[in-house]
Structures are given as C-alpha cells and as structure tokens.
Design a protein around this ligand. Structure first.
Ligand code: AMP
Ligand code: GLY
Length: 425
C-alpha cells in the first residue's frame, strides 16, 4: 500500500513512524512533512491547505489511503475534496469536522443530546456579551467560536478582564472571524485528561488516556503553548471515570453526530475535565492531539493502517484496540523564548543515540535540513518531542529526561516537570 500523510509536526512524525510499522505499507509520502519525517516518508512540498493539489498528487501516485493529521484542512473540507475524486481518505468530512471547527456547534450538540459539559451562552453581538458578563458569576471563560490555533480561550477572573476579552475577540478581532461569535462558559476546576478515539461513523474505540502540559513554564506558569509535554496513561483516568464517559459521553457523541446527519469518521479527541460533579467535556477535536499522539501511538499494539481502514470501511466493530501495559512520557525540546519570540536555524546534535536503545523516540516538530542535506537545524518554537516508555510513569519520566539530555542545540529549552503530576497519586 501507498499512504499519504498530511501535516508537518511531531504528531505527523509519530503517525508516519507508526504507519511505517505496518506490514501492509511499502511507501509513505508526507505533505509537506519536515526533516525528521523524511526518515519514514518522502516529503512533498504541497501545503496542507492546497486540497486540489493534494488530491491530484494522490491520484498521480495512486495513493491507497490518505491520513489527515491537522485540524485546519479537516475543518476546511479536504476530505470532501478527496472523496469527490474517488480517493480513500481517513478523517471527518467538513460537516463533521465542525465538531472541532465551531465551539458554538459543539456546545449546542452537547446540550441537545445531554452530554455533560460546562453551562454556556452563545453571542453574535459584543453588546449582548457585555451585558451578559455584567451579571455573570466570575470567573467566566470566553471562547472564540472558530479555530484560533488553540489560543482563542480566555479565562477571565473579574468583570474588567471579561470586558477586555470580549473587546479582544469580538471587536479587535484578534483571531479574525473566529471571534464573530463567542461562547461564554461557566468556569470549572479539576484535572484535565485527553482521550483519543477512532470512530467509523457508528462505532467508537477508545485509545489510552493522556495528559498535556500546555503552559510554557514549570509549575504550569507562563503563556499557553501548543503543548510542552505529555504523559500516558493518566492515573486520574480511573475505571470509574472510564465507565462514566462510556455511558454519558463517547458513544452519545458519535450517535448525536449521526442523528444530525453528520456521520463522523476519523479521530475524536475528547478534552475532559474531571470535576467534583464528574467528568465534563471541555472541548472536542477532530484529529489526533499534539503532543498526545507522541505518547499514545508508541504504546499502541495494533497495526494502525488496519484500524484506519476499518474506520473508512465502517467495520470498526470487528476490531479491538490493544495497548502495552506500560507508560510513556514526551518532553518537548523548544527554542528558548517560545511561544513569543525565538531564533531558528541552529544545528542539532545527538539524535543518533535514539536508534541505539529500544523504547526511545525523537519526533520532529520544527526541524529542517541544512544545505548539506544531512545536518538537522532547528526550525520552529517547538523543535523536537523526546518520548520514552517505561514500566510505569515514573520510570518513563526518568527515561524521557535522560534521553532529553542526549540532544543539544543552541537555545534548547524544556520544562523540567513533565509528568510530575503523577507523584500526587
Ligand atoms: P479548549 O480549547 O476549549 O480546550 O480550552 C483550552 C483550555 O482552557 C483547556 O484546556 C482548559 O485548561 C481551559 N478551559 C476551557 N474551558 C474551561 C472551563 N469551562 N473552565 C475552566 N477551564 C477551561
Ligand atoms: N494537545 C492539545 C491539542 O492537540 O489540541
């Protein structure tokens, strides 16, 4: 089989690595990919939003299956373009990717079908939002309706912050048209857990749980980032939590989408908060998490291509997912200054160490080749994700931090407390 993967980050590197394990696959392409991904895939210079070009490439190369890693092309309808051309593709159509693409849609869906989530109101006019927060209990959470690179969520502790936030999203249009409509939500507290799942339109199969660390600094301080590290499984995702979510959240979401005429095929990523009143959905994503994927896929036993195909063909009910009885931790190596301002273009050394021991992975998020075509250079805020497995989370964390020292580049920065939350249990 020939497989095309669309995307260019650590998530797509992890997907490409996993696809490369499949006995069914003899050639992998990635568009646009990155320097690290080229170890497993031939990278082709087509952007993830160039749908027609991607489809033409898939036809020309007789690609058997295309896997879309990123949210933007899914929400923009890349799957519809591929299907129109008679190409096999893994991911939700545009009318289903709206589960991630519009917070107002996903909140209304949860309300209509009784899926537990924070109480909320939706606003299309800044004046209405302003008069609402005048009377609301603080803190409140403001969310831009559309995609905003994961940054369209503002937690406001008092009325002044809420007013400033509404201005930023709806009047100053900090996130463009994503802020034409906003959701104002009740503030909840609790532990956050990410749960990824495969869905074939009817059946859902849950992968293992994970947890992300979104803030730039140790102790969850500093600015929000694309994710500074992850661990899997989450010890807070107990059997009781799992049973609750199976009864009230997972299948209900899949059935709700089908009932709305928006059959969902692909990955649903449930962002959950474990509140005192039980698990609540914080958000849905319509794709693998980044960097959750970098800890989930190294633990997965199945041939991922078989699972992708079962989803596309609507026969996921015939399949069970299996995960190793171990743990994994991913520490992101970033460029100092990320997420605000940072320099790029520094040579990276030490990567060869990863091939020498089992259970260690380095997934490239932002790298490129130097002119010699061999030396890796830093090419982004997040540069690499160093993942290690271990018999338990503590061991996996030790291993990941040991491996993080193998790698050197100028301005290398990492959090020192990824997975530390696990000491609380
Ligand atoms: P989202 O993009 O909706 O997942 O929001 C990003 C982050 O904002 C989440 O991971 C939470 O940390 C936080 N957040 C979102 N909604 C709420 C809420 N209702 N209460 C408290 N924190 C929230
Ligand atoms: N790690 C969170 C996300 O992928 O959205």
């Amino acid at each position: 089989m020939k497989v095309l993967i669309v995307g260019s980050g650590g998530r797509e590197h992890a997907i490409a690595w996993k696809v490369a394990q499949s006995a069914k696959v003899d050639k992998i392409y990635c568009a646009p990919g990155n320097a690290g991904i080229s170890e497993f895939a031939e990278c082709v210079p087509i952007g993830a939003m160039e749908f027609e070009k991607l489809a033409a490439f898939a036809k020309e190369k007789e690609i058997d299956l295309t896997v879309i890693g990123m949210d933007d092309p899914l929400v923009g309808g890349v799957v519809d373009v591929f299907e129109r051309e008679g190409l096999r593709v893994f991911g939700p159509r545009k009318n289903a990717a709206i589960l991630e693409g519009s917070k107002a849609f996903s909140k209304d869906l949860m309300k209509k079908y009784g899926i537990p989530t924070a109480a909320y109101e939706t606003f299309n006019r800044a004046e209405d939002a302003l008069s609402y927060v005048e009377k609301a209990e603080m803190p409140v959470v403001l969310k831009a309706d559309g995609l905003a690179l994961g940054k369209g969520v503002l937690i406001c502790n008092n009325l002044d912050e809420a007013k400033a936030g509404i201005k930023e999203l709806m009047q100053d249009k900090k996130f463009g048209s994503a802020g034409d409509c906003i959701v104002i939500e009740e503030f909840m507290t609790g532990r956050e857990v990410s749960v990824l799942s495969f869905v074939d339109g009817k059946t859902i199969r849950i992968m293992t749980s994970a947890q992300d660390h979104k803030r730039a600094g140790d102790g969850d301080t500093g600015l929000n980032t694309g994710g500074m590290g992850t661990f899997s499984p989450s010890p807070f995702y107990t059997g009781e939590v799992d049973a609750f979510c199976k009864e009230h959240i997972y299948q209900k979401t899949v059935d709700a989408m089908a009932a709305e005429g928006r059959e969902f095929k692909g990955i649903i990523f449930f962002g959950l908060m474990l509140t005192e009143k039980g698990p609540r959905v914080l958000e849905y994503n319509a794709r693998f998490g980044d960097p959750e994927t970098q800890v989930v896929l190294p633990r997965m036993k199945n041939d991922i291509v078989e699972v992708f195909e079962a989803c596309v063909d609507g026969r996921l009910d015939e399949m069970e997912l299996e995960f190793e009885d171990n743990a994994a931790v991913c520490v992101v190596l970033a460029s100092a200054g990320y997420p605000v301002e940072y320099k790029k273009g520094y040579p990276i050394s030490g990567l060869e160490a990863f091939a020498k021991e089992d259970g260690y992975f380095v997934f490239h998020a932002g790298t490129k080749f130097a002119e010699d075509g061999k030396t890796f250079l830093t090419n982004g805020g997040r540069v690499l994700g160093v993942t290690a497995t271990g018999e338990d989370l503590k061991k996996a964390r030790e291993n990941a931090y040991r491996a993080a020292e193998w790698v050197s580049f100028e301005n290398k920065y990492m959090r020192r407390d990824i997975g530390k939350a696990i000491d609380e249990v």
